[in-house]
Design a protein around this ligand. Structure first.
Ligand code: ATP
Ligand code: MG
Length: 197
């Protein structure tokens, strides 16, 4: 006897999915937050930069914590004509003992990001590792959120970094928390070109 139950189930599923797709008929500049302790936050954001360029649109990337400049993302995406690539965390490390200097660096960095958030020509703005500047209290949450809210209505923004503060989750349209199940680093494997940097 032929088994019709699978095709019936699939038919019903398709009706539900099609109805959901038909309901989602609005466009909007999105705020995405990629957080959590697992690997894949920044690389996902850079994937969206690549997609954006694929449409001939422009993207801005602001990297708030960066100890090295020889990464694959900067080597490739940073050299694309449609990308404004700014490293804002120079001289700003985990080990810094000088909180005042870090706050000044963070504020200068945010000024650059704020300009991106005013630039209508940028379809996408990536604020990579921004969360740390908020959790350390280097930047004022209210100020950051109001600058994000004031951006062009069709501009998308992706914020990455562990432990995203609640205020960002509240104003975000899409939030993904990437869970750390396993990481090769803990088996003694160093960062691999193309995968980790
Ligand atoms: P990626 O840039 O690879 O997408 P990420 O942005 O999710 O990583 P970060 O916290 O920014 O993660 O860490 C950057 C670097 O640390 C990358 O080399 C990444 O592979 C590594 N890393 C990420 N998660 C972990 C982890 N749970 N344990 C050890 N190393 C990690
Ligand atoms: Mg990252």
């Amino acid at each position: 006897m032929p088994d019709n139950s699978h095709s019936l189930r699939m038919e019903r599923k398709k009706a539900v999915v099609d109805a959901a797709i038909a309901r989602a008929d609005q466009d909007k500049g999105l705020l995405l937050v990629l957080t959590g302790n697992g690997k894949g936050k920044s690389s996902s954001a850079f994937g969206m930069v690549a997609r954006t360029l694929g449409y001939g649109l422009k993207a801005g990337v602001a990297q708030f914590l960066k100890s090295r400049r020889d990464t694959g993302e900067e080597g490739f995406l940073g050299n694309q004509p449609g990308v404004e690539w700014r490293v804002l965390g120079d001289g700003f490390t985990w080990e810094t003992q000088n909180r005042e200097a870090d706050i000044a660096t963070a504020k200068r960095g945010w000024e650059v990001a704020r300009q991106m958030l005013k630039d209508e020509s940028l379809h996408l703005v990536v604020l990579d590792e921004l969360t740390y500047l908020l959790s350390y209290g280097y930047l004022d949450e209210k100020e950051v959120c109001s600058d994000l809210a004031a951006r062009p209505t069709m501009q998308h923004v992706v914020i990455t970094g562990r432990a995203a503060p609640q205020c960002l989750l509240d104003i975000a349209d899409t939030v993904s928390e990437i869970r750390d199940v396993k990481h090769a680093f803990r088996s003694g494997i160093r960062a691999q070109p193309g995968i980790d940097l």
